[in-house]
Ligand binder design. Structure first.
Ligand code: DQA
Length: 142
């Protein structure tokens, strides 16, 4: 059984309530349950959300020494600002896929730049929650 971490950054704890016209009505707890159900036969999912940059860096550092097969990360706003998160991903030497629910290139210009994207094998943006499923599927296959 493979082990994949699902990391979510700031404000994604309010998924389902926060700007539903952009992010939809599904809560993070519902998403995590649905992901676990979907991949129950193939993967153990380690789900973690934090509103704090340092907590996410600590988690990636912890995962770097754990027996884990990859990370799916939606760094949320930290995507656009965090050198620390980028360095943590690169330093972990773990495979990673970045996911954004919305299409960051269709939104404000400050969202067009991802500092963490280059630390990942790929970036999925704008496919809604489907992006998380595609990212897990990719990590399980590749
Ligand atoms: C997001 C896009 C980011 O720009 C934003 O700050 C988020 C969510 C997304 O999933 O579309 O919080 O990562």
């Amino acid at each position: 059984m493979k082990r994949i971490a699902i990391l979510n950054g700031p404000n994604l704890d309010r998924l389902g309530k926060r700007e539903p016209e952009i992010y939809g009505h599904t809560t993070l707890a519902e998403l995590e349950t649905q992901l676990r159900d979907t991949f129950a036969d193939d993967a153990e999912l380690i789900c973690f959300q934090s509103n704090h940059e340092g907590a996410l860096v600590d988690k990636i550092s912890e995962l770097a020494t754990a027996e884990i097969d990859g990370i799916v990360i939606n760094g949320a706003a930290l995507t656009h600002t965090s050198v620390a998160l980028r360095d943590a991903l690169l330093g972990s030497q773990l495979r990673a896929v970045e996911v954004h629910i919305s299409n960051i290139y269709r939104r404000e210009e400050f969202r067009h730049k991802s500092l963490t994207g280059p630390a990942c094998e790929g970036v999925i943006t704008g496919l809604g929650l489907e992006g998380y499923y595609a990212a897990v599927r990719y990590l399980l296959k590749a």
